[in-house]
Design a protein around this ligand. Sequence first.
Ligand code: HEM
Length: 444
Amino acid sequence: MTTIEKRNTLPSEPPGSFGLPFLGEAIDFVVSNPQNFAKKRHQKYGSIFKTSIFGQPTIFVSGIEACRFVLSNENVYFQNDMLPNMKTLIGSSALTTQTASIHKNRKQILQKLFSRQYLNEQTETIQAITQNYCQRWEKLGKFAWYYELQNYSFDIAGKLFIGEDFASSSSLGNLYKIWSEGLFSFSPNFPWTKLGRALRSREKILQQLEKIISQRIKINNIDRYQDALSLLLQARDEDGNSLSSIEIKEQILNLLSAGHGTLASALTSFCLLLAKNPEILVKCRQEQQQLNLSSSLSLENLQKMIYLEKVLKEVLRKIPPVGGGFRKVIRKCSFDECLFPKDWQVIYQISLTHQEPSLFAFADTFDPERFNSINQDSVESYIPFGGGRRRCLGENLARLEMKIFAAILIREYDWELTKNQNLKIVQTPFPHPRSGLKVNFKHI
Ligand code: HEM
Protein backbone atom coordinates (compact mmCIF):
# COMPACT_ATOMS: atom_id res chain seq x y z
CA MET A 1 0.00 0.00 0.00
CA THR A 2 1.20 3.48 -0.80
CA THR A 3 0.92 5.87 2.10
CA ILE A 4 1.04 9.62 2.06
CA GLU A 5 0.34 10.58 5.62
CA LYS A 6 0.53 13.80 7.49
CA ARG A 7 0.53 12.11 10.90
CA ASN A 8 2.00 8.86 12.14
CA THR A 9 -1.21 6.98 12.98
CA LEU A 10 -2.46 4.03 10.94
CA PRO A 11 -4.97 5.28 8.37
CA SER A 12 -8.61 4.19 8.57
CA GLU A 13 -11.74 4.90 6.53
CA PRO A 14 -12.83 8.54 6.89
CA PRO A 15 -15.72 9.37 9.28
CA GLY A 16 -19.24 9.32 7.84
CA SER A 17 -22.13 6.97 7.17
CA PHE A 18 -23.03 4.56 4.37
CA GLY A 19 -26.75 5.07 5.01
CA LEU A 20 -29.29 2.50 3.75
CA PRO A 21 -28.41 -0.77 1.99
CA PHE A 22 -28.03 -0.26 -1.79
CA LEU A 23 -29.42 3.33 -1.84
CA GLY A 24 -26.82 4.54 0.64
CA GLU A 25 -27.42 8.27 1.17
CA ALA A 26 -28.51 8.78 -2.44
CA ILE A 27 -31.92 10.20 -1.56
CA ASP A 28 -30.43 13.07 0.42
CA PHE A 29 -27.76 13.57 -2.30
CA VAL A 30 -30.44 13.97 -4.97
CA VAL A 31 -33.07 15.81 -2.88
CA SER A 32 -30.91 18.32 -1.02
CA ASN A 33 -28.48 18.72 -3.99
CA PRO A 34 -24.75 17.83 -3.91
CA GLN A 35 -23.64 21.13 -2.32
CA ASN A 36 -26.04 21.10 0.64
CA PHE A 37 -25.46 17.37 1.06
CA ALA A 38 -21.71 17.97 1.38
CA LYS A 39 -22.09 21.09 3.55
CA LYS A 40 -24.19 19.28 6.18
CA ARG A 41 -21.71 16.40 6.44
CA HIS A 42 -18.70 18.69 6.30
CA GLN A 43 -20.06 20.45 9.42
CA LYS A 44 -20.57 17.10 11.14
CA TYR A 45 -17.47 15.13 10.12
CA GLY A 46 -14.89 17.65 8.86
CA SER A 47 -13.24 18.17 5.49
CA ILE A 48 -12.89 14.47 4.54
CA PHE A 49 -15.89 12.17 5.01
CA LYS A 50 -17.31 8.99 3.51
CA THR A 51 -20.80 8.24 2.27
CA SER A 52 -22.43 5.88 -0.22
CA ILE A 53 -24.41 6.93 -3.28
CA PHE A 54 -26.47 4.16 -4.91
CA GLY A 55 -24.16 1.58 -3.36
CA GLN A 56 -20.99 3.34 -4.49
CA PRO A 57 -18.72 4.13 -1.50
CA THR A 58 -17.65 7.74 -1.93
CA ILE A 59 -15.24 10.10 -0.16
CA PHE A 60 -15.87 13.86 -0.23
CA VAL A 61 -12.85 16.10 0.24
CA SER A 62 -12.56 19.88 0.57
CA GLY A 63 -9.89 22.39 1.58
CA ILE A 64 -6.57 23.28 0.06
CA GLU A 65 -4.45 20.28 1.08
CA ALA A 66 -6.95 17.49 0.49
CA CYS A 67 -7.97 18.92 -2.90
CA ARG A 68 -4.34 19.32 -3.86
CA PHE A 69 -3.73 15.68 -2.90
CA VAL A 70 -6.53 14.55 -5.23
CA LEU A 71 -5.80 16.93 -8.09
CA SER A 72 -2.05 16.38 -8.19
CA ASN A 73 -2.29 12.58 -8.15
CA GLU A 74 -4.25 12.01 -11.36
CA ASN A 75 -3.17 8.66 -12.89
CA VAL A 76 -1.16 7.88 -9.73
CA TYR A 77 -3.92 7.26 -7.16
CA PHE A 78 -6.94 8.72 -8.95
CA GLN A 79 -8.55 8.81 -12.34
CA ASN A 80 -11.37 10.92 -13.69
CA ASP A 81 -14.84 9.55 -13.08
CA MET A 82 -18.39 10.80 -13.57
CA LEU A 83 -22.04 9.97 -13.03
CA PRO A 84 -22.93 6.78 -14.97
CA ASN A 85 -25.49 8.41 -17.28
CA MET A 86 -23.03 11.16 -18.11
CA LYS A 87 -20.40 8.62 -19.13
CA THR A 88 -22.87 6.81 -21.40
CA LEU A 89 -24.11 10.00 -23.01
CA ILE A 90 -20.73 11.64 -23.63
CA GLY A 91 -19.11 8.45 -24.89
CA SER A 92 -15.76 6.83 -24.20
CA SER A 93 -13.63 8.77 -26.68
CA ALA A 94 -14.14 12.34 -25.45
CA LEU A 95 -11.51 14.28 -23.51
CA THR A 96 -13.47 14.08 -20.24
CA THR A 97 -13.70 10.29 -20.43
CA GLN A 98 -10.25 9.61 -21.85
CA THR A 99 -7.46 8.81 -19.41
CA ALA A 100 -3.67 8.53 -19.14
CA SER A 101 -1.57 9.03 -22.32
CA ILE A 102 -4.51 9.35 -24.76
CA HIS A 103 -5.97 12.07 -22.56
CA LYS A 104 -2.61 13.87 -22.53
CA ASN A 105 -2.24 13.66 -26.31
CA ARG A 106 -5.79 14.91 -27.04
CA LYS A 107 -5.50 17.72 -24.52
CA GLN A 108 -2.35 18.92 -26.27
CA ILE A 109 -4.16 18.87 -29.61
CA LEU A 110 -7.21 20.73 -28.30
CA GLN A 111 -5.19 23.29 -26.35
CA LYS A 112 -4.33 25.00 -29.66
CA LEU A 113 -7.93 26.21 -29.71
CA PHE A 114 -7.35 28.26 -26.61
CA SER A 115 -4.03 29.89 -27.53
CA ARG A 116 -3.75 33.68 -27.28
CA GLN A 117 -3.62 34.04 -31.05
CA TYR A 118 -6.73 31.92 -31.58
CA LEU A 119 -8.64 33.73 -28.84
CA ASN A 120 -7.64 37.10 -30.28
CA GLU A 121 -9.23 36.05 -33.56
CA GLN A 122 -12.49 35.09 -31.77
CA THR A 123 -13.09 38.37 -29.91
CA GLU A 124 -14.98 39.96 -32.83
CA THR A 125 -17.27 36.94 -33.20
CA ILE A 126 -18.04 36.85 -29.47
CA GLN A 127 -18.68 40.60 -29.45
CA ALA A 128 -21.04 40.39 -32.42
CA ILE A 129 -23.08 37.58 -30.84
CA THR A 130 -23.22 39.48 -27.53
CA GLN A 131 -24.39 42.71 -29.22
CA ASN A 132 -27.10 40.78 -31.08
CA TYR A 133 -28.41 39.25 -27.86
CA CYS A 134 -28.30 42.60 -26.03
CA GLN A 135 -30.44 44.13 -28.77
CA ARG A 136 -32.88 41.23 -28.43
CA TRP A 137 -33.01 41.69 -24.64
CA GLU A 138 -33.56 45.42 -25.05
CA LYS A 139 -36.58 44.67 -27.23
CA LEU A 140 -37.89 42.05 -24.81
CA GLY A 141 -37.46 44.43 -21.85
CA LYS A 142 -38.37 41.77 -19.30
CA PHE A 143 -37.20 38.12 -19.35
CA ALA A 144 -35.66 35.27 -17.36
CA TRP A 145 -31.95 35.72 -18.05
CA TYR A 146 -30.58 32.25 -17.25
CA TYR A 147 -32.56 30.60 -20.07
CA GLU A 148 -31.55 33.35 -22.51
CA LEU A 149 -27.92 32.93 -21.46
CA GLN A 150 -28.10 29.21 -22.13
CA ASN A 151 -29.03 29.97 -25.74
CA TYR A 152 -26.42 32.72 -25.94
CA SER A 153 -23.60 30.49 -24.69
CA PHE A 154 -24.69 27.64 -26.97
CA ASP A 155 -24.64 30.00 -29.96
CA ILE A 156 -21.06 30.99 -29.12
CA ALA A 157 -20.01 27.36 -28.64
CA GLY A 158 -21.74 26.35 -31.90
CA LYS A 159 -19.93 29.08 -33.84
CA LEU A 160 -16.51 28.55 -32.26
CA PHE A 161 -16.51 24.75 -32.29
CA ILE A 162 -18.41 23.75 -35.45
CA GLY A 163 -18.85 27.02 -37.34
CA GLU A 164 -22.68 26.99 -37.03
CA ASP A 165 -24.65 30.24 -36.71
CA PHE A 166 -27.62 30.46 -34.30
CA ALA A 167 -26.99 26.88 -33.14
CA SER A 168 -29.39 27.14 -30.17
CA SER A 169 -32.43 27.60 -32.42
CA SER A 170 -31.40 24.91 -34.95
CA SER A 171 -32.49 21.27 -34.84
CA LEU A 172 -29.05 20.51 -33.37
CA GLY A 173 -29.83 22.89 -30.50
CA ASN A 174 -33.17 21.19 -29.81
CA LEU A 175 -31.60 17.74 -29.83
CA TYR A 176 -28.84 18.98 -27.56
CA LYS A 177 -31.39 20.22 -24.99
CA ILE A 178 -32.96 16.75 -24.75
CA TRP A 179 -29.52 15.13 -24.60
CA SER A 180 -28.37 17.40 -21.76
CA GLU A 181 -31.47 16.63 -19.66
CA GLY A 182 -30.21 13.05 -19.40
CA LEU A 183 -26.69 14.01 -18.33
CA PHE A 184 -27.30 14.72 -14.65
CA SER A 185 -30.24 12.36 -14.26
CA PHE A 186 -30.19 9.11 -12.35
CA SER A 187 -32.92 7.68 -14.59
CA PRO A 188 -32.77 4.11 -15.92
CA ASN A 189 -32.68 3.44 -19.65
CA PHE A 190 -36.23 3.03 -21.01
CA PRO A 191 -37.57 4.68 -24.16
CA TRP A 192 -39.71 7.09 -22.10
CA THR A 193 -37.13 8.10 -19.47
CA LYS A 194 -34.76 11.07 -19.59
CA LEU A 195 -31.86 8.73 -20.34
CA GLY A 196 -33.76 6.89 -23.09
CA ARG A 197 -34.70 10.17 -24.81
CA ALA A 198 -31.18 11.55 -24.36
CA LEU A 199 -29.64 8.46 -25.97
CA ARG A 200 -31.89 8.81 -29.02
CA SER A 201 -30.90 12.48 -29.26
CA ARG A 202 -27.23 11.54 -28.99
CA GLU A 203 -27.57 9.32 -32.09
CA LYS A 204 -29.26 12.11 -34.04
CA ILE A 205 -26.66 14.69 -32.94
CA LEU A 206 -23.86 12.37 -34.09
CA GLN A 207 -25.64 11.96 -37.45
CA GLN A 208 -25.86 15.74 -37.85
CA LEU A 209 -22.19 16.14 -36.99
CA GLU A 210 -21.41 13.40 -39.54
CA LYS A 211 -23.20 15.44 -42.21
CA ILE A 212 -21.23 18.58 -41.35
CA ILE A 213 -17.99 16.59 -41.49
CA SER A 214 -18.88 15.00 -44.86
CA GLN A 215 -19.66 18.39 -46.35
CA ARG A 216 -16.29 19.73 -45.27
CA ILE A 217 -14.44 16.70 -46.60
CA LYS A 218 -16.44 16.78 -49.88
CA ILE A 219 -15.46 20.33 -50.68
CA ASN A 220 -11.92 19.47 -49.57
CA ASN A 221 -11.82 22.60 -47.52
CA ILE A 222 -11.15 21.47 -43.98
CA ASP A 223 -8.51 24.07 -43.23
CA ARG A 224 -10.70 26.98 -44.37
CA TYR A 225 -12.43 26.86 -41.01
CA GLN A 226 -10.88 28.12 -37.79
CA ASP A 227 -12.91 25.96 -35.43
CA ALA A 228 -12.52 22.91 -33.21
CA LEU A 229 -13.98 20.59 -35.84
CA SER A 230 -11.39 21.64 -38.40
CA LEU A 231 -8.61 21.22 -35.83
CA LEU A 232 -9.79 17.72 -34.96
CA LEU A 233 -10.16 16.71 -38.63
CA GLN A 234 -6.54 17.69 -39.26
CA ALA A 235 -5.17 16.27 -35.99
CA ARG A 236 -2.87 13.22 -35.81
CA ASP A 237 -2.42 10.96 -32.79
CA GLU A 238 0.96 9.80 -31.35
CA ASP A 239 1.29 7.25 -34.20
CA GLY A 240 0.56 9.78 -36.92
CA ASN A 241 -2.99 8.48 -37.59
CA SER A 242 -6.11 10.62 -38.03
CA LEU A 243 -8.62 10.54 -35.20
CA SER A 244 -11.54 8.16 -35.76
CA SER A 245 -14.86 9.57 -36.91
CA ILE A 246 -16.62 8.61 -33.65
CA GLU A 247 -13.89 10.26 -31.59
CA ILE A 248 -14.14 13.53 -33.52
CA LYS A 249 -17.91 13.62 -33.00
CA GLU A 250 -17.70 12.77 -29.31
CA GLN A 251 -14.96 15.35 -28.75
CA ILE A 252 -17.22 17.99 -30.32
CA LEU A 253 -20.20 16.92 -28.21
CA ASN A 254 -17.97 17.12 -25.13
CA LEU A 255 -16.77 20.63 -26.02
CA LEU A 256 -20.30 21.88 -26.70
CA SER A 257 -21.43 20.54 -23.35
CA ALA A 258 -18.44 21.63 -21.23
CA GLY A 259 -18.35 25.11 -22.69
CA HIS A 260 -21.98 26.06 -22.52
CA GLY A 261 -23.81 25.34 -19.22
CA THR A 262 -20.85 26.48 -17.12
CA LEU A 263 -20.66 29.79 -18.93
CA ALA A 264 -24.42 30.43 -18.74
CA SER A 265 -24.24 29.85 -14.99
CA ALA A 266 -21.23 32.16 -14.51
CA LEU A 267 -22.86 34.99 -16.49
CA THR A 268 -26.17 34.59 -14.64
CA SER A 269 -24.29 34.86 -11.33
CA PHE A 270 -22.50 37.98 -12.57
CA CYS A 271 -25.82 39.65 -13.45
CA LEU A 272 -27.37 38.59 -10.13
CA LEU A 273 -24.45 39.69 -7.94
CA LEU A 274 -24.10 43.07 -9.63
CA ALA A 275 -27.83 43.71 -9.34
CA LYS A 276 -27.58 42.93 -5.64
CA ASN A 277 -24.42 45.01 -5.16
CA PRO A 278 -25.05 48.26 -7.07
CA GLU A 279 -22.00 49.97 -5.50
CA ILE A 280 -19.80 47.43 -7.29
CA LEU A 281 -21.55 48.08 -10.59
CA VAL A 282 -20.85 51.80 -10.09
CA LYS A 283 -17.14 51.05 -9.60
CA CYS A 284 -17.12 48.90 -12.75
CA ARG A 285 -18.61 51.80 -14.70
CA GLN A 286 -16.11 54.25 -13.23
CA GLU A 287 -13.29 52.02 -14.42
CA GLN A 288 -14.71 51.99 -17.96
CA GLN A 289 -15.00 55.79 -17.94
CA GLN A 290 -11.45 56.25 -16.65
CA LEU A 291 -10.04 53.87 -19.24
CA ASN A 292 -11.94 55.70 -21.97
CA LEU A 293 -11.14 52.96 -24.48
CA SER A 294 -12.48 52.71 -28.01
CA SER A 295 -15.54 50.52 -28.43
CA SER A 296 -13.44 47.65 -29.79
CA LEU A 297 -12.82 45.02 -27.15
CA SER A 298 -9.42 43.69 -28.21
CA LEU A 299 -7.51 41.38 -25.87
CA GLU A 300 -5.21 44.30 -25.12
CA ASN A 301 -8.11 46.55 -24.09
CA LEU A 302 -9.74 43.84 -22.02
CA GLN A 303 -6.52 43.30 -20.08
CA LYS A 304 -6.65 46.89 -18.87
CA MET A 305 -9.93 46.26 -17.02
CA ILE A 306 -8.30 45.31 -13.73
CA TYR A 307 -11.24 45.97 -11.42
CA LEU A 308 -13.63 44.06 -13.68
CA GLU A 309 -11.17 41.16 -13.63
CA LYS A 310 -11.46 41.02 -9.83
CA VAL A 311 -15.26 41.19 -9.99
CA LEU A 312 -15.36 38.21 -12.35
CA LYS A 313 -12.91 36.28 -10.19
CA GLU A 314 -15.10 36.88 -7.17
CA VAL A 315 -18.21 35.75 -9.10
CA LEU A 316 -16.48 32.40 -9.74
CA ARG A 317 -15.38 32.15 -6.11
CA LYS A 318 -18.78 32.91 -4.64
CA ILE A 319 -20.88 30.79 -7.03
CA PRO A 320 -18.53 28.38 -8.83
CA PRO A 321 -20.35 26.94 -11.87
CA VAL A 322 -18.78 23.54 -11.25
CA GLY A 323 -19.26 22.59 -7.60
CA GLY A 324 -16.70 19.78 -7.66
CA GLY A 325 -15.24 16.91 -9.65
CA PHE A 326 -15.51 13.12 -9.60
CA ARG A 327 -12.57 10.73 -9.35
CA LYS A 328 -12.09 7.01 -8.86
CA VAL A 329 -9.34 5.59 -6.60
CA ILE A 330 -7.14 3.44 -8.88
CA ARG A 331 -4.53 2.63 -6.21
CA LYS A 332 -5.09 2.41 -2.48
CA CYS A 333 -3.60 5.41 -0.67
CA SER A 334 -4.12 7.59 2.37
CA PHE A 335 -4.08 11.20 3.37
CA ASP A 336 -4.28 12.84 6.79
CA GLU A 337 -5.01 9.50 8.53
CA CYS A 338 -7.82 8.74 6.07
CA LEU A 339 -7.72 5.65 3.93
CA PHE A 340 -8.80 5.88 0.27
CA PRO A 341 -9.62 2.25 -0.67
CA LYS A 342 -9.25 1.14 -4.31
CA ASP A 343 -12.36 1.56 -6.51
CA TRP A 344 -14.02 4.05 -4.18
CA GLN A 345 -15.32 7.23 -5.72
CA VAL A 346 -13.90 10.61 -4.64
CA ILE A 347 -15.56 14.00 -5.04
CA TYR A 348 -13.37 17.07 -4.56
CA GLN A 349 -15.38 20.07 -3.49
CA ILE A 350 -14.80 23.42 -5.17
CA SER A 351 -17.67 25.32 -3.54
CA LEU A 352 -16.88 24.23 0.01
CA THR A 353 -13.20 25.06 -0.49
CA HIS A 354 -14.20 28.56 -1.68
CA GLN A 355 -16.28 29.00 1.49
CA GLU A 356 -13.45 28.14 3.90
CA PRO A 357 -13.31 31.15 6.31
CA SER A 358 -9.61 30.69 7.07
CA LEU A 359 -8.84 31.10 3.37
CA PHE A 360 -11.53 33.57 2.33
CA ALA A 361 -12.50 35.88 5.20
CA PHE A 362 -16.22 36.74 5.31
CA ALA A 363 -16.70 34.16 2.59
CA ASP A 364 -20.41 34.95 2.25
CA THR A 365 -19.69 38.56 1.29
CA PHE A 366 -19.30 39.39 -2.38
CA ASP A 367 -16.05 41.34 -2.20
CA PRO A 368 -13.90 41.71 -5.36
CA GLU A 369 -11.35 43.71 -3.34
CA ARG A 370 -10.32 40.52 -1.52
CA PHE A 371 -8.14 39.83 -4.57
CA ASN A 372 -6.10 43.02 -3.92
CA SER A 373 -3.93 41.22 -1.41
CA ILE A 374 -4.42 37.51 -1.28
CA ASN A 375 -2.01 35.07 0.38
CA GLN A 376 -0.52 32.01 -1.29
CA ASP A 377 -2.82 29.52 0.47
CA SER A 378 -5.89 31.38 -0.74
CA VAL A 379 -4.46 31.59 -4.27
CA GLU A 380 -4.04 27.81 -4.26
CA SER A 381 -7.50 27.27 -2.80
CA TYR A 382 -9.12 29.29 -5.54
CA ILE A 383 -10.04 26.47 -7.92
CA PRO A 384 -13.09 27.38 -10.06
CA PHE A 385 -11.39 25.68 -13.03
CA GLY A 386 -10.14 22.66 -11.07
CA GLY A 387 -6.44 21.80 -11.17
CA GLY A 388 -3.77 19.32 -12.18
CA ARG A 389 -3.99 17.37 -15.42
CA ARG A 390 -7.76 17.77 -15.56
CA ARG A 391 -7.74 21.53 -15.21
CA CYS A 392 -10.39 23.13 -17.40
CA LEU A 393 -9.41 23.13 -21.07
CA GLY A 394 -11.55 26.18 -21.84
CA GLU A 395 -10.45 28.41 -18.96
CA ASN A 396 -8.96 31.15 -21.14
CA LEU A 397 -11.95 31.13 -23.45
CA ALA A 398 -14.38 31.23 -20.50
CA ARG A 399 -12.54 34.21 -18.98
CA LEU A 400 -12.57 36.00 -22.34
CA GLU A 401 -16.27 35.36 -22.92
CA MET A 402 -17.13 36.53 -19.42
CA LYS A 403 -15.13 39.73 -19.80
CA ILE A 404 -16.55 40.66 -23.20
CA PHE A 405 -20.10 40.04 -21.97
CA ALA A 406 -19.53 41.98 -18.73
CA ALA A 407 -17.79 44.94 -20.43
CA ILE A 408 -20.58 45.38 -23.00
CA LEU A 409 -23.23 45.16 -20.31
CA ILE A 410 -21.74 47.63 -17.86
CA ARG A 411 -20.86 50.13 -20.61
CA GLU A 412 -24.18 50.14 -22.37
CA TYR A 413 -26.99 48.57 -20.35
CA ASP A 414 -28.83 48.63 -17.06
CA TRP A 415 -30.84 45.88 -15.41
CA GLU A 416 -32.82 45.38 -12.23
CA LEU A 417 -34.35 42.32 -10.62
CA THR A 418 -38.13 42.08 -10.84
CA LYS A 419 -40.00 41.77 -7.55
CA ASN A 420 -41.39 38.58 -6.00
CA GLN A 421 -39.09 35.99 -7.50
CA ASN A 422 -37.32 33.05 -5.90
CA LEU A 423 -33.58 33.80 -6.03
CA LYS A 424 -32.55 30.72 -4.08
CA ILE A 425 -29.68 29.04 -5.95
CA VAL A 426 -30.50 25.68 -7.52
CA GLN A 427 -27.26 23.71 -8.05
CA THR A 428 -28.19 21.26 -10.79
CA PRO A 429 -27.20 21.09 -13.58
CA PHE A 430 -25.32 24.36 -12.95
CA PRO A 431 -26.00 26.97 -10.25
CA HIS A 432 -28.75 29.46 -11.09
CA PRO A 433 -31.60 31.20 -9.23
CA ARG A 434 -34.76 29.08 -9.12
CA SER A 435 -36.70 31.87 -10.88
CA GLY A 436 -34.23 31.88 -13.80
CA LEU A 437 -33.26 35.47 -12.81
CA LYS A 438 -36.11 37.67 -14.01
CA VAL A 439 -34.97 41.17 -14.91
CA ASN A 440 -36.03 44.46 -16.47
CA PHE A 441 -33.39 45.34 -19.03
CA LYS A 442 -32.75 48.62 -20.83
CA HIS A 443 -30.15 50.66 -22.70
CA ILE A 444 -28.51 53.28 -20.46
C1 HEM B 1 -16.84 29.72 -16.27
C2 HEM B 1 -16.82 28.69 -17.06
C3 HEM B 1 -16.18 27.37 -16.75
C4 HEM B 1 -15.89 26.77 -15.54
C5 HEM B 1 -16.13 27.35 -14.16
C6 HEM B 1 -15.29 25.50 -15.83
C7 HEM B 1 -14.85 24.61 -14.85
C8 HEM B 1 -14.24 23.41 -15.11
C9 HEM B 1 -13.73 22.51 -14.10
C10 HEM B 1 -13.80 22.73 -12.61
C11 HEM B 1 -13.18 21.46 -14.73
C12 HEM B 1 -12.47 20.28 -14.08
C13 HEM B 1 -13.45 19.21 -13.63
C14 HEM B 1 -12.75 18.08 -12.90
O1 HEM B 1 -11.73 18.28 -12.26
O2 HEM B 1 -13.28 16.96 -12.95
C15 HEM B 1 -13.36 21.65 -16.15
C16 HEM B 1 -12.96 20.77 -17.13
C17 HEM B 1 -13.15 20.97 -18.47
N1 HEM B 1 -13.65 22.11 -19.07
FE1 HEM B 1 -14.33 23.75 -18.12
N2 HEM B 1 -15.23 25.31 -17.19
C18 HEM B 1 -15.74 26.45 -17.78
C19 HEM B 1 -15.83 26.69 -19.13
C20 HEM B 1 -15.37 25.86 -20.10
C21 HEM B 1 -15.37 26.17 -21.51
C22 HEM B 1 -15.83 27.49 -22.15
C23 HEM B 1 -14.91 25.09 -22.15
C24 HEM B 1 -14.74 25.00 -23.62
C25 HEM B 1 -14.63 24.00 -24.32
C26 HEM B 1 -14.57 24.08 -21.14
C27 HEM B 1 -14.08 22.82 -21.38
C28 HEM B 1 -13.67 21.92 -20.41
C29 HEM B 1 -13.17 20.59 -20.72
C30 HEM B 1 -13.05 19.96 -22.10
C31 HEM B 1 -12.84 20.00 -19.49
C32 HEM B 1 -12.26 18.60 -19.27
C33 HEM B 1 -10.73 18.73 -19.17
C34 HEM B 1 -10.03 17.41 -18.96
O3 HEM B 1 -10.70 16.40 -18.71
O4 HEM B 1 -8.80 17.39 -19.07
N3 HEM B 1 -14.86 24.59 -19.92
N4 HEM B 1 -14.00 22.85 -16.36
